[in-house]
Design a protein around this ligand. Structure first.
Ligand code: V47
Length: 368
C-alpha cells in the first residue's frame, strides 16, 4: 500500500523521497496529521538509511550531586530551595568517587552527571571532583553539565564559557548532555524556566563546546504548554547549529511529567504525554533533523514499552541502564529506576532489531 494515507503529508513524502530537506511548514504537517503510521514509515525509512537495523544502548549511571538549586524552574520537581528545603541533599566528593569505583566491574562506561545549581557545587567543586573520578576509573567517560550549568558557573567565576569548558575538559570532562534546552521560544521559555539562560546562550555554549572538540546532545521538552510551531522552531534551530558545527550526536525528545511541578499546578496540566504524541515526536525529530545521526527514545520518560515502539518510528538509540534516575521520578514517572542489559536487549530483539552496546561517542563495543 501507499507509504502515507493522509494527502496533507504528500508534500512531505515527495521531499523525503527526493532527499530534500523539510521546512517549517512540513514540520507542522507532521504534527497535524492523524496518519501516525505514515509518519512513522517515513521516519523508519530515514533511520534505516543511516543506521540499518541497529539499535544502540549504553551501560551508564546517572549521578546528581545535589538537588539544591538557585533556579526555581516551574517545570522541575527535582530542584529544592538551597537552604530551606528539608529534603535537600548534597553528595560529598568522596561519596561520588566511591560510587564511581564500583562501576568498572559492572561494565558501566559512562557517568551522566547533572544537578542543581548552587555556588558550593560549581566550578571549583567539579575541578576537584573530575580528576578524582578519573583517578578512580581512568577509562570512565564523564558526560556532564548542561549548557545552563556551564553558563552559570562561568558567570559565578567571571570566566568565559570557553575558559570554563577548557578547565573542565582538562579535569576530565568527556562530553556534554543535552539538557536545559526545554523549548527555545522565548515566550514559552519564560513560563517554563524563567531562570535559565536563553536559547541563544544555550546554543552558544554548545557551539563553543563543539569548537573545543567536545561532542554533545540536544533535547526538547514537550507535552506541556507548547504548540506544534514551538516544537518545529526548536528543532530547526538545532538543525541550524548542527549545520554549522556537526558537533551534536543525538536528539532526545523529553516527555514532560507534570506531577509535583508548579507548571502543572498553574496550568492545570494532568496526565503527561500520550503514546501517540511520543511516537509522532520522535518520528518528526528523525525527519526534520536530517543532519543528526541518532534519535534517542529515553525510556525513563517514555516508558520502556513506548520506547520499544519508537524503534519502529525512526529511533536508533534507547539510552541505557541509567540507574537511579531522580529528575522525572520526582515528577511522577512510573518507569523503573534502571533496566538491565538483558532487558534492553530483549526489548530491541523483540522489535526485530539488532542490539549494539556503544560507548558515549557511538563507537560500537559489542554487537549482541
Ligand atoms: O533539561 C526536568 C527535563 C532534563 C522534568 O544528553 C523534565 O544523553 C520531564 O537532559 N518532566 C534533564 N522532564 C534530562 C536530560 C537528559 C536525559 C537523558 C539523556 C540525556 C543525554 C539528557 O530533564 C531537563 C528537563 O528538560 N525535566 N523536569 C519533568 N517534570
Amino acid at each position: 500500500g501507499p507509504l502515507v494515507r493522509d494527502p496533507d503529508l504528500l508534500p512531505v513524502l515527495r521531499k523525503v523521497e527526493a532527499g530534500e530537506r523539510l521546512g517549517f511548514d512540513d514540520g507542522l504537517r507532521l504534527f497535524r496529521s492523524p496518519d501516525l503510521l505514515g509518519i512513522g514509515r517515513m521516519a523508519a525509512a530515514a533511520n534505516e538509511r543511516k543506521n540499518g537495523d541497529r539499535v544502540c544502548f549504553i551501560l551508564n549511571k546517572h549521578i546528581n550531586p545535589t538537588n539544591r538549586c538557585v533556579a526555581f524552574c516551574d517545570l522541575c520537581a527535582f530542584g529544592v530551595h538551597p537552604s530551606k528545603a528539608p529534603n535537600a541533599y548534597t553528595l560529598r566528593i568522596d561519596e561520588i568517587v566511591g560510587q564511581v569505583e564500583r562501576l568498572r566491574e559492572m561494565g558501566v562506561t559512562e557517568v551522566h552527571m547533572v544537578g542543581g545549581m548552587v555556588k558550593d557545587v560549581a566550578l571549583d567543586f567539579f575541578l576537584e571532583l573530575l580528576p578524582r573520578m578519573k583517578a578512580a576509573y581512568p577509562e570512565l567517560h564523564i558526560k556532564a553539565f548542561t549548557a545552563i550549568e556551564i553558563d552559570i558557573y562561568a558567570r559565578w567565576a567571571k570566566l568565559s564559557h570557553d575558559e570554563v569548558l577548557r578547565r573542565l575538559v582538562e579535569a576530565g570532562l568527556g562530553s556534554m548532555p543535552g539538557g536545559g534546552a526545554e523549548i527555545f521560544d522565548p515566550e514559552i521559555r519564560a513560563i517554563l524556566c524563567d531562570h535559565k539562560c536563553d536559547a541563544a546562550t544555550w546554543l552558544s555554549v554548545h557551539r563553543t563546546a563543539h569548537g573545543l572538540g567536545l561532542r554533545s546532545n540536544a533535547t526538547m521538552l514537550y507535552g506541556h504548554i507548547e504548540e506544534p510551531r514551538h516544537r518545529v522552531d526548536h528543532m530547526l534551530r538545532l538543525r541550524e547549529l548542527q549545520d554549522e558545527t556537526g558537533g551534536f550526536m543525538t536528539f532526545i525528545p523529553l516527555a514532560f511529567h507534570p506531577e509535583n511541578t508548579r507548571l502543572a499546578a498553574r496550568y492545570g496540566l494532568r496526565g503527561g504525554t500520550t503514546g501517540f504524541d511520543d511516537l509522532r515526536t520522535v518520528a518528526a525529530g528523525r525527519l526534520l533533523l536530517d543532519n543528526f545521526d541518532h534519535i534517542k527514545a529515553y525510556w525513563i520518560m517514555m516508558s520502556p514499552a513506548v520506547a520499544q515502539l519508537a524503534l519502529a518510528f525512526g529511533v536508533d538509540d534507547i539510552d541505557g541502564t541509567v540507574q537511579e534516575e531522580k529528575i522525572v521520578h520526582e515528577a511522577g514517572a512510573s518507569s523503573p529506576q534502571l533496566l538491565s542489559q538483558e532487558e534492553i536487549v530483549r526489548l530491541v530483539r523483540r522489535a526485530g532489531k539488532t542490539p549494539v552496546r556503544r560507548d558515549t561517542l557511538y563507537n560500537v563495543l559489542a554487537v549482541l
